[in-house]
Design a protein around this ligand. Structure first.
Ligand SMILES: C[S@@+](CC[C@H](N)C(=O)[O-])C[C@H]1O[C@@H](n2cnc3c(N)ncnc32)[C@H](O)[C@@H]1O
Length: 236
């Protein structure tokens, strides 16, 4: 079993069956984040993607759909993709709505065109999942996603761990030592830390507009994460 899928299967098995936020790691000090924080995250997605009825939303790494369902209630159409079969099963059971489909798929294989993904999307979200991807693979990921998008489209990668702020996350000696030790063993406990530089370069090469919306201040993770908004405009 893939390590990441295994990690989330374990989270599902060790969380309450309806603790949807804990199942996908939206926790603070071991507890699901507060409703006001969830609202702030959702509102930022709606604002950055300028979501409206008639949009076709692609949610990459959608988890158990705890965010996806409310977003697709706005757009009326969407597709959630996730590596974890356990999370996709929960999404289908608890977070379905008209116009929303969920597919279990590894996004690293998106370029191979898995069945059912021939739709054209104009809004793309990856919420709190980019840490599972290696920065040097960003160009390939971007190309495989843009291949499924309309000529004019907006992408939002939210809650990306910022490599320049990693020591504000590993903020005690014990956490730092553990982090350095795990890295020495080749393990990335939290996933990968990103620099805006990787993303800027890939966007420049593809003629894409880019900016970095900050994480809403109400969230603890504003200390060490950032957002990435990418726009492709129709050359016609
Ligand atoms: C922290 S969770 C966030 C889930 C959801 N976006 C949210 O904010 O509630 C990260 C998600 O990324 C998914 N993921 C990680 N690597 C993936 C890959 N290669 N392909 C598809 N999904 C992946 C995980 O299975 C997990 O559901």
């Amino acid at each position: 079993m893939n390590q990441i899928a295994d990690h989330y299967r374990h989270r599902v098995e060790t969380s309450e069956s309806t603790d949807f936020l804990a199942q996908v790691g939206h926790t603070l000090n071991g507890q699901a984040v507060a409703p006001a924080h969830v609202e702030a995250m959702k509102q930022q997605i709606v604002d950055v993607l300028d979501l409206a009825e008639g949009d076709h939303l692609l949610d990459l790494g959608c988890g158990n759909g705890v965010f996806t369902v409310d977003l697709v209630r706005i757009t009326g159409s969407g597709l959630g993709l996730d590596l974890s079969p356990s999370l996709i099963e929960l999404a289908r059971t608890h977070h379905s709505t008209v116009g929303l489909d969920y597919v279990a798929v590894d996004l690293k294989a998106l370029a191979a065109n898995p069945a059912g993904l021939d739709k054209r999307f104009n809004k793309v979200l990856m919420h709190a999942a980019l840490q599972h991807f290696q920065p040097h693979g960003f160009g390939a990921l971007l190309d495989s996603v843009l291949d499924r998008c309309e000529p004019e489209c907006t992408l939002f990668f939210a809650l990306v761990p910022d490599s320049s702020k990693r020591w504000t996350f590993y903020n005690t000696l014990e956490r730092r030592v553990r982090y350095v030790w795990e890295r020495f063993r080749g393990r990335h406990l939290f996933g990968y830390w990103w620099s805006p530089r990787y993303v800027e370069q890939a966007c420049r090469e593809r003629d894409l507009e880019i900016n970095f919306p900050p994480v809403p201040q109400i969230l603890d993770s504003a200390r060490y994460r950032f957002g990435i908004k990418i726009r492709r405009t129709d050359p016609q």
